[in-house]
Write a protein that binds this ligand. Structure first.
Ligand code: AMP
Ligand code: TRP
Length: 344
């Protein structure tokens, strides 16, 4: 099996896709497709680690696929699919449940945050979630994984799992003809000015799908008026913008809005500050509204159009799953051989 660069990433169909998802992940997926073979997955198996209403889940799966396409991912060139259609994800996740150690998962901060004080009530799936994420990536022997900052620890775990599998089965892997280990150690791609977009209401909290305040996030389904209102009401401090990056230190809200502006306009933060240094938020916010509406409105309207054609989205996901299986199946067969399972 040849070794090539391959990009994999996933987004959960849990509703309220927001600017953090777009700038931290989806927009970067679009750029990566120019030079890489990519698989972009709607991770429905991950979504059900917390209960989802079945009708809403189906809608949300299509909505993430629509967001991928509306943002510019070409489903003819790249593979867009939903996770549950490729059984290898669940199969490899089980093997990884037996490779990863309890102690590793016990350190995962996302589980601690999501399970909160009621750990005993969390699903077993929520705890084992990072093993499934490692399986998503390694089922395709993917080498590069674009994600937001919050996924860094999960990516480290995926590397640990790949490494332990390669060690635990070293002899059998060699016998199967692999010289440098079976799984590559996937590289996280966490870069740019918006790897961690913060809540518009509180600069110390991540922008999140589950924040009870709708004013905390701009979603991909917001109208221009809603975008304008949310930016206008975004929390800030009373000072003017600095002209150097250093001046943003200790100013999380200012830093967040400037980062959003930079990411939306494909500029770096310093460049944006060179233009707006000395400006008050009363000048900067309207400029941010114009930019956000200019960039998001076309995505919003394309998503609406696609959501009116559910059959077409489903056809794209089915076709993507078929192509994904063509890559995954031979790898999964080899995994089974390496582990010592028998059968055709
Ligand atoms: P999720 O919605 O949890 O499936 O996240 C999908 C992608 O969006 C992942 O790559 C996350 O790291 C990224 N992401 C989620 N929230 C944010 C945020 N506030 N800022 C930047 N990236 C984010
Ligand atoms: N856990 C990721 C998130 O919540 C989503 C995800 C699942 C993912 N599988 C993945 C991201 C594989 C990258 C690669 O954001």
């Amino acid at each position: 099996m040849e070794r090539k660069e391959r990009v994999f990433s996933g987004v959960q169909p849990t509703g309220n896709l927001h600017l953090g998802n777009y700038l931290g992940a989806i927009k970067r997926f679009v750029n990566l497709q120019k030079e890489h073979d990519c698989l972009y997955c709607v991770v429905d198996l991950h979504a059900i680690t917390v209960w989802q209403d079945p009708d809403v889940l189906a809608h949300n799966i299509r909505e993430v696929a629509a967001a991928f396409i509306a943002s510019g991912i070409d489903p003819k060139k790249q593979i867009i699919f939903n996770q549950s259609q490729v059984s290898g994800h669940a199969e490899l996740a089980w093997i990884f449940n037996c490779v990863a150690r309890m102690g590793w998962l016990n350190r995962m901060t996302q589980f601690k945050e999501k399970a909160g004080k009621h750990k005993e009530n969390a699903s077993v799936g929520l705890f084992a979630y990072p093993n499934l994420m490692a399986a998503d990536i390694l089922l395709y022997r993917a080498t590069h994984v674009p994600v937001g900052e919050d996924q860094k620890q999960h990516l480290e775990l995926a590397r640990d799992i790949a490494q332990k599998f390669n060690n635990d089965f070293a002899k059998s892997i060699e016998k199967a003809g692999f010289e440098e280990g079976f799984f590559p150690l996937p590289e996280p791609l966490i870069a740019g000015p918006a790897t961690r977009v913060m809540s518009l209401r509180d600069g110390s909290k991540k922008m999140s799908k589950s924040d009870p305040s709708v004013m905390s996030r701009i979603t991909l389904t917001d109208s221009p008026d809603e975008i304008a209102k949310k930016v206008r009401k975004a929390r800030t401090d009373p000072d003017a913008l600095p002209s150097e990056k250093k001046g943003l230190e200790g100013r999380p809200e200012a830093s967040n809005l400037v980062g959003i502006y930079a990411a939306l306009s494909d500029r770096d933060t310093q460049d944006v500050l060179a233009e707006f240094g000395g400006a008050q938020f009363s000048t900067f916010k309207p400029a941010l509204v114009d930019l956000a509406v200019e960039k998001l409105a076309p995505i919003n309207s394309e998503m609406k159009k696609l959501m009116g054609e559910a059959g077409e989205i489903d056809a794209i996901l089915n076709e993507g799953a078929q192509r994904a299986r063509e890559i995954a199946d031979p790898i999964m067969r080899k995994v089974k051989e390496v582990v010592g399972f028998i059968g055709a």
